[in-house]
Design a protein around this ligand. Structure first.
Ligand code: FAD
Length: 230
């Protein structure tokens, strides 16, 4: 993960509480060429700056323009970004929260866990590339955080859903939140929506990228699939 701090007039004008929302960042400024645009979550915000965490992937050839940029970004360099899109927050007052995501969703999950009341209960399964990717994230004591290591992201679509299934749905009013690779999203949707019976009001689910496709291909697949949200 590479953490980048962004400032500037636009950032200073962001309303407080933009954490967890996402930016559409533009990687390229060649005249006449439509720049690649990628979505990134605002991990932290203060009066003058925001932080964005880039998952490093595809080193040695298959990294996309966003990662290429993050790997070489220098202090003072300019990047254009639109947004923010709204954070997909967890509603308060649920009996149990079932949360899952890979490293691309770790910034959004971290913000959500920080905002939950201290007596909240549930489980958060997070897929990371290596044990060193674990982060010390603040979370209510009653929310168990499970770290799952998969060095090859996108190759184990059942990993997150299986972890939630093992933890169990639990009783009462349950809210699900999941964002991950496209195949993982499918498995999570099958578990949370179909097995646990969570309806639209009790479930946010989204794919954040697709194994073997750049973001344009991912968005096409997402549209064809009619993903519930995000
Ligand atoms: C709402 C939203 C919020 C997001 N927030 C974040 C965030 O805070 N941090 C973050 O890192 N990502 C985040 N993402 C995911 C990020 O937008 C994608 O991973 C994006 O495709 C990366 O762009 P790229 O230019 O690096 O790669 P692309 O050009 O899109 O893809 C190039 C190749 O890399 C592969 N690839 C893309 N992402 C990954 C990955 N994570 N792991 C392994 N292979 C990958 C693709 O399958 C493709 O083969 C978010 C996505 C959404 C929709």
């Amino acid at each position: 993960m590479i953490r980048v701090t962004l400032g500037g007039e636009g950032v200073a004008a962001l309303r407080p509480g933009a954490e967890g929302g996402y930016l559409k960042m533009r990687f390229g400024d060649e005249e006449g060429i439509k720049p690649p645009v990628r979505s990134y979550t605002i991990r932290r915000q203060d009066a003058e700056s925001i932080e964005v965490d880039f998952v490093v992937h595809g080193e040695g050839g298959h990294a996309g323009p966003a990662v290429e940029w993050a790997l070489t970004a220098q202090p003072g360099q300019v990047i254009l970004a639109g947004g923010p899109g709204p954070a997909k927050t967890l509603p308060e007052g649920m009996d149990r929260y079932l949360i899952a995501g890979d490293m691309t969703a770790l910034p959004a999950i971290s913000v959500n866990l920080e905002r939950l009341p201290a007596d909240a209960k549930g489980v958060a399964a997070i897929e990371i590339q290596s044990a060193e990717d674990r982060q010390d994230i603040a979370h209510p004591e009653g929310v168990e955080v499970i770290w799952l290591v998969n060095p090859e992201p996108g190759t184990r679509p059942d990993m997150l859903a299986d972890a939630l299934r093992k933890a169990g749905r639990g009783e009462g009013e349950v809210h699900g939140w999941a964002a991950a690779e496209f195949g993982s999203m499918h498995a999570l949707r099958a578990y949370l929506r179909d097995e646990c019976g969570l309806d639209r009001d009790h479930l946010y689910i989204s794919s954040y990228w697709k194994h073997g496709e750049d973001d344009d291909g991912h968005r096409e697949a997402k549209q064809a699939d009619g993903v519930l949200a995000g």
